[in-house]
Write a protein that binds this ligand. Structure first.
Ligand code: KIV
Length: 265
């Protein structure tokens, strides 16, 4: 199988075709996902919740994400590896540089930063140093305290405009990818119209050209309440690899996400 790079995702964007992404935290699941044809692996700070049993992503450190990035990279898969910049790990220039160094040297091809139009300076700093970025907009879990909970974003026309303006600003600043979480599909549609880079969604409707799920949700071992945007692919599969394959196929043939996984207004 061919190595997946940012150029592969950019080609999907240019040709209006879809790509798949799952979270991964170790070698074994990274290999299964790769064998199943998944395009990208996200070493998300969701590891704080699904691996460490924390109640949010806020306690996750750069060392934690670096460790799991090394584990995922040790699978030597064909997938693009994206690693999360943890809470406050890019708040100063020095921290931003140290964090990117640690994650890229651990094996990340792209680093993911949460925020909005405030990210433009950081994108430029990273771009000048050869670091590829994915900007995470919408429900950004590191902002949970400001949001007052894990709530769908962009529901009012003012909030939607704010998100669309942020997407334009980060696209123009030179980000390599955008990840949209928990926003109505019509906002995703508009973001697709006004941006040029690959856009991957989770709970952001079918208009994004990629879809990502937390691996534990996809194989039906979610702890606690299952979010609306999740689909458990395990009941139709005879193995975890097959569940990954079904997810990959459903993303690529457009059958996932279906309307029951989406937020409208
Ligand atoms: O940390 C993570 O796994 C994420 C996904 C939920 C997109 O950011």
């Amino acid at each position: 199988m061919a190595l997946i790079t940012l150029n592969t995702l950019k080609k999907h964007r240019a040709e209006n075709t879809r790509f798949s992404m799952v979270t991964a935290y170790d070698k074994c699941f990274a290999s299964l996902a790769s064998k199943a044809g998944i395009d990208a692996l996200l070493v998300g700070d969701s590891l704080g919740m699904v691996i460490q049993g924390r109640s949010s992503t806020l306690p996750v450190t750069v060392d934690d994400v670096s460790y799991h990035t090394r584990c995922v990279a040790s699978a030597s898969s064909n997938c693009l590896i994206i690693s999360d910049v943890p809470f406050l790990a890019s708040a100063t220039i020095q921290d931003a540089v140290n964090t990117a160094r640690a994650l890229v040297q651990a094996g990340a091809n792209v680093i993911k930063i949460e925020g909005g139009s405030n990210l433009t300076k950081l994108i430029k700093l990273y771009r000048d140093q050869g670091v590829a970025t994915c900007c995470h907009l919408g429900l950004t879990p590191q902002f949970v305290n400001q949001f007052g909970g894990y709530r769908v974003q962009g529901r009012t026309s003012e909030a939607a405009k704010h998100l669309i303006d942020a997407a334009v600003a980060i696209d123009q600043a030179g980000t390599d990818m955008i990840l949209l979480e928990c926003i109505p599909n019509h906002v995703t549609e508009e973001i697709m119209r006004v941006t040029t880079v690959p856009v991957v969604g989770i709970g952001a409707g079918p208009s994004a050209n990629g879809q990502v799920l937390v691996m534990h949700d996809l194989i039906g071992i979610t702890c606690g309440k299952t979010p609306r945007f999740v689909k458990n692919f395990m009941p139709q599969a005879s193995s975890i690899q097959e569940a990954f394959e079904l997810f990959d196929r459903a993303v690529k043939d457009g059958s996932f996400p279906a309307s029951e996984h989406c937020f409208e207004e």
